[in-house]
Design a protein around this ligand. Structure first.
Ligand code: ADQ
Length: 459
């Protein structure tokens, strides 16, 4: 079996417990084959001391490269976070396009490509992750790498005209064409990517999702990412989970719980969600005093202005609903701007009658799958899911909603709260089958075996 090289901006921290399913899955793939996990060290250092940190854990070498303050600003904050992230999530209005930031992004990809190439051996297979490294494959090729390179995009690939809004999209497209296999979360993303390559760069469609473009034949395919459902189910029944559920249960006095858990990000549709909950109470007098929304959303990337605006908007919206409806012993919306352990979250998911996962756009949204896996099979809650989350493509028995339609979302929450147990169980079983069919192990194995197949063809 060939050695695996994984490149992702953030890596698991060597020696520490892996925080999430993805880090575990990649760590396992590396442990199985041996290899190198390459990424940013998380350190910001002066140019003179900028280096690469090497650690060994079992048969995995970690190679973690530092950034200077200027690189962190240009590559990471200004280009990856303020240009690519909004565009990939259809928020061209929030994107800031700056040539200098793009040059910094390209330069970091170049430097990282050079560093990584030195660690690679001819028979390795390479798996690059996410929008931070769109140019990394091209840089590896420039250094002389001839073997197969796979790439997986964790965020959506937008409609062609949205991607084409990026002033440097030609350069990015040429970079993406240096990969042999491009993995996306959904068939919709694959369709958007191929259409973009055909419309903007005259790609020729071949069979099995292959296209010929920029004098190369590349393949685009959907590999829906998943979770480890047994692990989540175990966590939901752990002591820590039960204790958390008891604590919250006491506080809401066993009223029906509606839960949302997200990173605080404008892609997650949080304002619309709070508005929908407000509308639910406006329109249903009988629910006042009988239902609670708990929204957990720790701030991320606070340094970016758009996130501060979002925080203010959420405070205002929660304030409006709580101001209108709170009573001596009831506050309808509890907004918790901090993070909790995975066990605590699993316990709260299990307690909640309704899981609200309503992003405006999302690659997959693993919270949707975690909510399902944490339920009590005898008495499961109901998932209300945005049709624009990647997860919706295969989770049709959730209550699917348009997150821009506040009234429709309020109706769906009401329907979820009133749903008889038999229907809940039936819907949940179908969702759980899907969560199991596309778990995290299937995701990594199917990506790697497809990539190895292509590597074999290259010879
Ligand atoms: P994220 O945008 O972070 O990930 P998501 O997939 O929902 O979104 O969550 C990833 C992990 O973070 C999950 O395990 C979840 O439990 C955890 N998480 C989310 N909010 C949390 C909170 N408030 N506290 C603690 N943990 C929290 C990106 C893409 C997604 C894609 C994933 C994986 O944006 O679309 O599904 O990568 O490819």
């Amino acid at each position: 079996m060939s050695r695996l090289i994984v490149a992702s901006n953030r890596t698991a921290t060597p020696g520490e417990e892996r925080a999430g399913g993805l880090a575990v899955a990649l760590g396992e793939a590396l442990a199985e084959r041996g290899g190198v996990w390459f990424g940013w060290s998380g350190e910001i250092v002066p140019r003179e001391t900028r280096g690469i940190r090497l650690f060994v854990e079992g048969n995995t070498d970690f190679a973690l490269a530092d950034l200077t303050a200027a690189e962190h600003q240009g590559y990471y904050l200004d280009y990856a976070n303020r240009a690519l992230w909004p565009v990939f999530h259809y928020r061209v209005d929030l994107a800031v396009f700056d040539d200098e930031a793009f040059e910094s992004y390209a330069a970091v990809n170049r430097r990282f490509g050079r560093l990584l190439y030195q660690l690679m051996r001819p028979e390795d297979i390479v798996w690059v992750h996410d929008f931070h490294f769109l140019l990394l494959g091209d840089e590896l090729r420039d250094n002389g790498w001839r073997g197969a390179i796979g790439f997986f995009l964790h965020v959506p690939f937008p409609a062609p005209e949205v991607f084409a809004a990026l002033p440097h999209h030609h350069r990015l497209a040429r970079g993406m064409a240096a990969f042999d296999l491009l993995g996306f979360q959904t068939a919709r993303d694959v369709g958007n990517f191929i259409r973009y390559m055909v419309e903007e760069h005259g790609a020729e469609r071949l069979e099995d999702g292959r296209i010929r473009v920029f004098h190369r034949v590349i393949r685009a395919q959907a590999f829906p990412i998943g979770i480890d459902p047994d692990e989540v189910a175990r966590m939901a029944e752990s002591e820590e989970a039960r204790a958390a559920a008891n604590r919250l249960g006491r506080m809401i006095e066993n009223r029906a719980l509606v839960i949302g858990v997200d990173r605080m990000d404008y892609s997650k549709g949080l304002p619309q969600r709070l508005q929908a909950f407000g509308r639910l109470l406006d329109d249903n007098e009988n629910l006042r005093g009988r239902v609670n929304l708990v929204q957990i959303a720790p701030p991320s990337r606070e340094s970016v202005e758009a996130y501060m605006d979002l925080r203010e908007e959420l405070d205002r919206l929660a304030g409006r609903v709580n101001g209108d409806y709170s009573d001596l012993d009831w506050t309808p919306i509890r907004y918790l701007a901090r993070s909790y352990s995975r066990e605590v979250l699993a316990g709260l998911f299990r307690l909640a009658r309704v899981g609200l996962v309503t992003p405006l756009h999302d690659g997959m949204n693993l919270v949707a799958k975690e909510y399902v896996a944490a339920q009590d099979p005898e008495d499961p809650g109901v998932l209300v899911l945005s049709e624009f989350a990647g997860a919706a493509e295969r989770m049709e028995t959730a209550l699917l909603v348009n997150p821009h339609d506040v009234g429709g979302m309020a109706d769906a929450i009401r329907r979820a709260l009133e749903m008889p147990r038999e229907e809940r169980v039936e819907r949940w079983k179908a969702l759980m089958d899907e969560v199991r069919d596309h778990d995290i192990a299937v995701w990594r194995q199917s990506f790697l075996s497809t990539l190895e197949g292509l590597a074999g063809e290259r010879g």
